[in-house]
Structures are given as C-alpha cells and as structure tokens.
Design a protein around this ligand. Sequence first.
Ligand code: RTP
Ligand code: MG
Length: 168
Amino acid sequence: GRGGPSLLQLTLALIKPDAVAHPLILEAIHQQILSSQLLIVRTRDLVWRREDCQRFYQEHAGRFFYQRLVEFMASGPIRAYILAHKDAVQLWRTLMGPTRVFRARHVAPDSIRGSFGLTDTRNTTHGSDSVVSARREIAAFFPDFSERRWYAEEEPMLRLGPVYYDAE
Ligand code: RTP
Ligand code: MG
C-alpha cells in the first residue's frame, strides 16, 4: 500500500580538526558514513569561532578538559553533517565508538575513534548524545535548516515522505 510521510531521526555529526587536517582520515570517515545506513542531509565545512565553540560545549564549562577542548575545536577546519536514520543518534555514536581513545581501541578497534583517535580530545568526531541535543546542535550549525520547519513537533526529524512502497 502507500505509506505516509516517513520520519527519520536526525543527529549532528562533527569531524574534528585532527581528522579534517588529514585528507586520508577525512575521506575514510566520509566513506564510513556513505557505506552506513545513515543519510547525509546537509554538510558544511567551516572554522569555528571560539565563542560559538564555548557555547556549544557549555555543559562542560568548568571541567578540566573544557579549555583545551574549546581551543582545539577552534584550531582549524571542521566539517559538520546532519545525518538521518530511524535511530540516527545511536547509530552514529556506535560508528564513532567510545569517547576515550584507549577504551575505543580496546572495545571497538574498528570504530572511527578506535581506528583514528589520538587522544581523548583529539578523537576525530562528535555526535549528539540525544534527540534534544541534536535539535540544539543542528540549529547551531544549520540555522536555516531548522527555520524551514523540517522538524516534526517535538523531535528533530527528517520528513522524507510521502514514500511509496511496492507490493505491501
Ligand atoms: P562527544 O560529545 O564528542 O560525542 O563525546 P561524548 O559525549 O562521548 O563525551 P563527553 O563526555 O560529552 O565529552 C565531550 C567532549 O569532550 C572531549 N573530552 N576531552 N580528557 C579529555 O581531554 C577529554 N575528555 C572529554 C571529548 O573529545 C568529547 O568530544
Ligand atoms: Mg557529549
């Protein structure tokens, strides 16, 4: 039969300066996204202003790594993606692997961080940790996207539909 509009969860992915600075690693991460079930909805290359970076990581203000995280994230080009999938937040976090680099190497050596992470700060990638964070983080990087009302009522979701299926 005919399906209605299909709603996909959205997440924000960042490729951090350590990975963007290395063309082979950037390309490898991009290829991992393409060969996953995640859809790339938007992408943007930029250098972060320190103030935007501080605001983005506000929840970590005061923690011992905050200052170096902010300095690092503003230190060079980054890439932002909006990614979509029915379980986008968790799927992207699984592809990244654990935050801590030694844990990533031991528990998920084939993950992005397990493969390419250098330290707990220079760990190649960021991903939203919930749909609430995703909504805020997507708005920070893609303000026009949220304003165009791509979102469903509560959660950041991509309206793909209407999607028509054969032979149901
Ligand atoms: P992310 O936000 O990147 O997905 O990572 P997460 O939720 O798994 O980790 P979280 O605890 O929220 O940490 C936020 C960012 O801080 C950096 N960090 N550096 N010891 C350190 O130098 C240190 N610890 C955490 C991480 O790179 C993470 O992106
Ligand atoms: Mg986090």
